[in-house]
Design a protein around this ligand. Sequence first.
Ligand SMILES: Cc1cc2nc3c(=O)[nH]c(=O)nc-3n(C[C@H](O)[C@H](O)[C@H](O)COP(=O)(O)O)c2cc1C
Length: 326
Amino acid sequence: MNQGFWKKLKEKSKKQKRPILALAPMANVTDAAFRRMFVKYGKPDVIWTEFVSCDGLCSEGKEKLMLDLIFHKSEKPIVAHFFGAKPENFYKCAKLAKEMGFDGIDINMGCPDRGVLRQGAGSALILKPKLAQKIIKETMRGAGKLPVSVKTRIGFNEIEFKKWIPNLLKMNLAALTIHGRTKKEMSDVPAHWDIIGEVVKMRNKMKLKTLIIGNGDVVSLADAREKYENYGVDGVMVGRGVFGTPWFFNPKRKNVSLKTRLKMALEHTKLFEKIFGDKKHFDIIKKHYKAYVSGFDNAKKIRMKLMTVKTLKKAKKTLSGLISKR
Ligand SMILES: Cc1cc2nc3c(=O)[nH]c(=O)nc-3n(C[C@H](O)[C@H](O)[C@H](O)COP(=O)(O)O)c2cc1C
């Protein structure tokens, strides 16, 4: 098994008696601008890109998708996160990720999106364990020395981790992220952390080095630590809990004023413009404004004002105006 950067992270977390902290992949959220804000205000131990289609990367549409693979060396260690159902394309994308300087490669086997399922990808692979294994094998072949990991759910329609997870563990992955819900459960029920704990026991029984990263509903660093202590996971991945809070992984930063949040929203906007120009849709950055200004008196009024903005230029002007009034 190629453990790569994961080995160091494990040693560090063991020494500090805390989980490896991971920023979850979130399509149209965790782009390079968003991630760079985390690097500055509270860097997690490891970062994932958004998921990128392997088929797309192996087609004429490649150039547009390459925007989702942009990263800066300050984000390292960073994992390229791919979805698809064709082993041969995973081989090619793993090679691409290696050439681009990524630190690891992660395969999506959990996405419940209909468009992704139609391609036989994401959580559809839970129903096709042999194909899932072939994809892992080809990814490993293309990855060379880079560590390969998988992110999945605990079942498709039912909780069937006892049947599904051994297929993955047998492949000697460097890490396995378990989102503690089935595909059918989407994000509608609380994550089954007890099942994530069972996966840890399964890994221990198989005497494997594969790191288990638990995922689902974590809202604070204290919460992540509680999961680490109670369920024995090596790491904790946080998704929605980080919205609008680039300082989430910073243990020292607590109360952040509305003015500071607005300044961060402006900084985020400028980064987005610098990295993507007009190549990504303005709506992508606009979504973040809501998260930046929630939880304050008169936040609603400010949000409404920001929601009327339609261009990067106008957003920068509006945010600057709001900052100067505070
Ligand atoms: C907007 C959004 C986009 C997501 N995109 C991806 C993705 O590209 N790949 C993936 O594996 N999971 C994706 N997820 C799932 C998250 O990575 C995570 O597994 C899920 O949100 C549960 O964690 P949380 O409760 O901490 O948010 C996405 C979730 C959200 C909310």
